[in-house]
Ligand binder design. Structure first.
Ligand SMILES: O=C(O)COP(=O)(O)O
Ligand SMILES: [Mg+2]
Length: 229
């Protein structure tokens, strides 16, 4: 019998409205009705994807902070720590720069394993300081992330797949940026949306013509019921 394949979905650039910002409400029902696990794999801090799953009405299967935080539905794993990234940002501040999110900084407030910097801030000094601490800076198109190179979304997915008893090779992933490359390398079938960056476009099995949630909805149409069970 045909079955829906498990999904691994990025958030920003992938579930967003074609204009670029805000979750497209058209994705809610198809995801809630999807007949297989849906893993949300994002660069956002842990509470954001948990809240997204909660409000869609699906089990909380979450890779957050680009793989730094993984929630299998039973256990939370932290695969990096924030201290080094924090030190980088403190040095960045001391050099006269700022993460750029205002005094309350809800972007980093609950972030446990990395720090995000606003893309309106200068990235070169950030990269230089990060390199001194052995960290990398990635640009997702939504933020610069100062992070340990080791944890990845792909490894987070493997941990969740192992826990819930699915094979990553049976999964379908959709994404838009460099932080989705590891996911694409882990799953059986990977799709980039039209707005994807060079890295995601190169790593995907297929690139869709539609942007953002339009692309993801088109992927869902394509793969619905496609796995043999
Ligand atoms: O947090 C970001 O910069 C991007 O988030 P995403 O991984 O859900 O696209
Ligand atoms: Mg994205």
């Amino acid at each position: 019998m045909a079955a829906d394949p498990p999904l691994v979905l990025d958030v920003d650039g992938t579930l967003t409205r074609p204009e670029g910002w805000g979750i497209d409400p058209r994705v809610f029902d198809p995801l809630r009705e999807w007949d297989a696990p849906v893993v949300i794999a994002t660069g956002k801090a842990f509470p954001y994807p948990v809240a997204l799953c909660h409000f869609i009405g699906i089990p909380e299967l979450v890779v957050a902070e680009n793989g730094g935080v993984v929630y299998t539905g039973d256990d939370v794993f932290f695969t990096a720590d924030r201290a080094a990234a924090q030190a980088v940002v403190e040095e960045y501040r001391a050099a006269g720069y700022d993460p750029g999110w205002g005094p309350e900084d809800t972007v980093n407030r609950w972030r446990e394993t990395e720090i995000a910097v606003n893309r309106e801030q200068p990235v070169e000094p950030l990269r230089e300081i990060a390199a001194e601490y052995g960290l990398e800076v990635i640009d997702t198109g939504y933020a610069y992330h100062v992070k340990d190179a080791d944890p990845t979304k792909g490894e987070g997915l493997e941990r969740i797949a192992d826990h819930i008893g699915i094979d990553p090779a049976d999964c379908v992933a959709v994404g838009d940026s460099i932080n989705d490359v590891s996911t694409f390398e882990t799953v059986g079938r990977s799709f980039a949306v039209a707005n994807a960056d060079e890295a995601a476009t190169a790593a995907a099995d297929e690139v869709f013509d539609e942007r953002h949630a339009d692309g993801t909805l088109a992927v869902l149409e394509r793969v619905r019921g496609a796995n043999s069970a």
